[in-house]
Write a protein that binds this ligand. Structure first.
Ligand code: HEM
Length: 354
């Protein structure tokens, strides 16, 4: 069956695709940052006691307090890219969501349970005992959600697998026929653990600069997680690269060239980040790591265009200009960012007073 016949006709977009894509990239980047902090710190709270025992509980108390916030931020910062993705790639994304419909709808339930587990972990006194059950549940469920997102992105980019629906129409499609799915997923998880470690180091570095004396050990521990997970992620990254279609890095195409430059760029920026983390210079380490995440987010965008090239390119989208709702959206977006910044500052200051 010709996969092209399965792709629905896209709706017209109201502003040039460039602006919508810019917002998709920016909001995806923000979603990834929140997701990395949430999943990474949660994973460290779950895994560190296996070899550090109860010594690590003071750190886990801090993570327990912040985890419900980072879950809320990840979910809310996921809504914006979801909207832009639907506007630009709806004909692919809606279809993939339906093909894995049972898993896709289950995400809501899984998130509610993991949110509850994170809250109970925050409230229990014995984080070394029963508490470990709750943090394990929260983290394992969040890991499952990540796999479902990677699965959706994989199906969406490969209309050639959509005809699998005709052999199983129940909405349980997992795209393990995509050799890039598993390394892609593991690459995301290792990145989250690395960034979670760095977030811990940064959190205690800021506290230290404000006079707290309890953070040196956790800064070191965070940097260690960042470094080890990043080194492991080189392995996942090269596996992922090797599993991609050759067209992804074909130097004969513009997309191939840009993708290659972005990948080389992200390797070049993560190296100073690790070096700074090793010498305890957390702020420059964070700046370089953020640049790396941005470059990786951009390379994902380019990769999606390459995957979809046989079927679609962005200028193909029908375009009927209508800019006023977009301008209104931008104003609301900027207002929202200001309010969230103010809210975070207020919460941080209230914690310091407490
Ligand atoms: C809280 C748990 C969540 C986790 C752990 C998580 C994790 C992830 C991961 C790992 C990806 C990358 C998939 C890939 O490219 O292989 C992703 C992408 C994405 N997530 Fe989330 N996510 C979560 C919640 C959400 C929610 C609730 C939404 C929407 C309301 C959302 C919206 C998105 C979108 C739209 C993308 C794709 C962006 C793009 O391809 O440009 N996420 N998420």
């Amino acid at each position: 069956m010709d996969p092209v016949s399965l792709i629905p006709t896209p709706d017209a977009i109201p502003v040039h695709w460039f602006w919508l894509h810019l917002l998709l990239t920016v909001t995806t980047f923000l979603h990834f940052l929140a997701m990395n902090i949430m999943l990474g710190t949660g994973f460290i709270a779950f895994a560190a006691p296996f070899w550090r025992g109860d010594d690590v509980m003071p750190l886990n108390t801090h993570i327990a307090k912040t985890l419900p916030y980072s879950i809320a931020f990840t979910i809310n910062l996921g809504v914006a890219p979801l909207l832009f993705l639907q506007v630009l790639y709806g004909q692919f994304f809606y279809t993939s969501s339906i093909l894995m419909g049972v898993y896709w709808l289950s995400i809501v339930g899984i998130l509610i349970v993991s949110y509850y587990a994170a809250y109970v972990y925050r409230l229990v006194d014995d984080r070394g005992g029963m508490g470990r059950l709750y943090i394990s549940a929260a983290v394992l469920l969040l890991l499952a959600v990540s796999l479902l997102f990677s699965n959706n992105v994989s199906i969406m980019q490969m209309p050639e697998v959509w005809s699998n629906y005709f052999s199983d129409r129940t909405g349980w499609l997992l795209n393990f026929s995509d050799p890039a799915l598993l390394p892609r997923y593991l690459h995301f998880i290792a990145s989250a653990v690395a960034m979670g470690g760095l977030a811990i180091a940064l959190y205690f570095e800021i506290r230290k600069r404000r006079g707290a004396a309890d953070g040196e050990e956790w800064i070191k521990l965070g940097c260690k997680w960042f470094t080890v997970a990043t080194i492991i992620n080189f392995g996942f990254g090269f596996w992922f690269l090797g599993a991609l279609p050759e067209a992804a890095y074909d130097p004969g195409t513009l997309a191939g060239k840009i993708f290659f430059i972005l990948i080389v760029g992200s390797v070049a920026t993560i190296i100073p980040s690790v070096a700074y983390a090793q010498t305890g210079r957390i702020i420059p380490a964070t700046v370089w790591a953020l640049i790396t995440v941005l470059l990786m987010t951009l390379s994902r965008d380019i990769l999606r265009l390459t995957y979809l090239k046989p079927y679609f390119s962005l200028p193909d989208l029908p375009y009927i200009p209508q800019y006023s709702p977009f301008i209104l959206f931008l104003l609301a977006f900027l207002g929202g960012i200001y309010l969230v910044g103010w809210m975070l500052k207020t919460v941080w200051n209230a914690k310091e007073v407490a």
